[in-house]
Write a protein that binds this ligand. Structure first.
Ligand SMILES: Nc1ncnc2c1ncn2[C@@H]1O[C@H](COP(=O)(O)OP(=O)(O)OP(=O)(O)O)[C@@H](O)[C@H]1O
Length: 533
């Protein structure tokens, strides 16, 4: 008996709505709630699905009156609603039931809605999830919104014993014996066979649900904490699948398990994959990120010079880039723009060829930005300066890393390069030098609204310094697989540090990586020369 009453004691003195079907479990729950001196209000839904349902409704009303507790009865033609909305019958009954229970709670000022789901219901639900091949065997949750299920650990025999001791009767729902319903079939025909060999089957399945709920929660939390900039290729599929599902849910897009598998796999392999969701929405995974249709493209937010036209691509389009003129089709392939979407990319084109490509971030032909009267992107210019600083470090036989700090107006307020070798101090990193210089220039160590631009993904020390300084944005060039703290080795921003800068990686990454490669080659050459001496 204490297993029945103990989970209900927290409701003593409180108004709660309790869903009572008239079956043994919910009848016992109502009696037990009265016993612990809660203030229950009975809500009953007559689903109008079988001839005797009105009698059950009347029975529940009389039962509530007998116990002198509040009662709200509602009759809904569930079959008609299901037909109208295209829901299956069980789904419709469940949705309408919780809607009615929620309404009851609002009307009676109850903070909780209690249902009498038991360990038997839990075990059957886990079995159904297993048979359907669900991703997680989490069963029925004990809490969802304001709904509470305090008896998920309680067995049927405890409930029957309790009702017997009270001399309390209940109603039997004949559909519970109709084995055309999967749950009734599991209860009547499958569970007895399993229990004959495994007497503890019900408790075992309930335990699976409890552990699985904990695992699922942990994996969902990990997925939710992923930062949008972090690399995804090395993440476990279990986390990726959940992240993809979260992103689709946040965008209110319907999906099936198969879509999640495909999209998660594509994140991992880095391949480009297109999927059409049940609602007809096309989505794409490319470069390890999920793009919900149309997301990839930008319209020109400036007035363009006379002689330029806005259009989509045509055969033979070319663009002048710093490395030489390239075919547009080759460039779009390199940029991993999905083939089906290439005809939608907005272009500004002049007699000289393509001048501007409406991808995020925008791509400009050489000289086009100036011709359109657009200021150079301060971040791009700052990265150019950081690359120069890195080059100077390389000449001084340091690891070639350069950093620049921009104030909120885009003005350079701090510069630095690596000086660890000459200073004999491994903490002399470019970022620290640039942050110090910026603090001195601005007269404050707090660099909120400033941007740290650095040629190499910061190490944990430098990321820590940027967080301490409250830097608003970090832009880096090459990824740092040996010491990167933004995903190269580990993404430290997945933890909560109180302050979260926005992060953009991969800006002029090829140039930064080239510098690093050249300097390490030079270092190796010098080492082998000195070994030869
Ligand atoms: N018609 C209904 N009106 C109000 N609440 C209901 C109704 N049917 C079910 N519930 C609530 O949902 C819970 C789970 O529903 P389920 O269909 O498993 O129960 P049941 O077998 O009909 O009855 P019981 O659980 O009371 O023996 C019930 O314990 C009860 O709290």
């Amino acid at each position: 008996m204490s297993t029945l009453l103990a989970p209900l004691r927290p409701y003593a003195g409180r108004a709660v709505v309790v869903g009572v079907s008239g079956g043994a479990d919910s009848v016992a729950l109502l009696r037990a709630l009265v016993q612990v001196r809660a203030r229950p209000v009975v809500v009953h839904l007559d689903h109008a699905l079988r001839p005797g349902s009105a009698e059950d409704a009347a029975w529940v009303q009389a039962f509530a009156a007998q116990l002198r507790v509040g009662h709200m009865g509602t009759r809904v033609d569930v079959a008609a609603v299901a037909a109208r909305r295209g829901w299956n019958m069980e789904d419709a009954a469940r949705r309408i039931r919780y809607e009615v229970l929620g309404r009851g709670a609002r009307q009676h000022g109850a903070e909780a809605v209690l249902t009498a789901h038991t360990r038997r219901d839990q075990a059957e639900t886990v079995l159904m999830e297993l048979l359907r091949g669900e991703a997680a065997l989490t069963g029925i949750p004990s809490v969802r919104g304001r709904v509470r299920r305090p008896w998920l650990d309680v067995s049927r025999s405890e409930i029957e014993g309790y009702l017997e001791a009270l001399g309390q009767d209940w109603r039997e729902d004949p559909t519970n014996a109709d084995v055309t319903y999967t749950r009734a079939w599991l209860r009547a025909e499958v569970m007895p066979v399993l229990a004959a060999r495994f007497p503890g089957i019900e408790a075992a399945l309930a335990r699976v649900a409890k552990l699985s709920q904990q695992d699922n929660q942990a994996l969902n939390d990990l997925a939710a904490a992923l930062t949008p900039h972090g690399p995804r290729e090395q993440l476990p599929l279990a986390v990726l699948r959940r992240r993809v599902a979260q992103e689709l849910r946040a965008a209110s897009l319907p999906f099936h398990a198969g879509h999640i598998d495909q999209l998660a796999q594509a994140h991992r392999s880095g391949e480009t994959r297109h999927v059409t969701l049940p609602g007809g929405q096309d989505i794409t995974v490319t470069g390890g990120a999920l793009h919900l249709g149309g997301h990839l493209f930008a319209s020109p937010a400036f007035s363009w010079p006379d002689g330029w036209t806005l259009r989509k691509r045509q055969a033979g389009d070319r663009i002048r880039l710093p490395g030489g003129t390239r075919k547009l089709s080759d460039l779009l392939t390199d940029l991993k723009v999905p083939r089906q979407q290439r005809d939608q990319v907005p272009l500004l084109v002049s007699g000289q060829g393509v001048e501007w490509i409406g991808l995020e971030p925008n791509i400009w032909a050489v000289g086009a930005r100036e011709a359109a009267g657009q200021k150079a992107d301060p971040v791009d210019t700052a990265m150019g300066e950081a690359l120069m600083l890195a080059h100077e470090a390389a000449l001084a036989q340091e690891v070639p890393v350069g950093a620049v700090v921009l104030d909120p107006a885009g003005r350079v307020v701090g510069r630095g390069c690596n000086t660890s070798r000459v200073d004999g101090d491994m903490t002399r990193h470019a970022e620290l030098a640039a942050l110090r210089a910026a603090a001195a220039e601005l007269g404050t160590p707090y660099l909120s609204g400033c941007t740290l631009v650095v040629t190499l993904e910061p190490c944990p020390m430098c990321l820590g310094a940027a967080l301490e300084a409250r830097v608003g944005r970090i832009v880096y060039g090459a990824r740092n697989p040996r010491a990167g703290a933004l995903g190269g080795v580990s993404d430290l921003l997945t933890s909560n540090w109180g302050h979260v800068p926005t992060v953009t990686g991969g800006v002029r990454a090829k140039e930064a990586a080239r510098l690093l490669r050249a300097s390490f080659q030079e270092l190796r050459r010098r080492k082998s020369e000195s070994a030869d001496l």
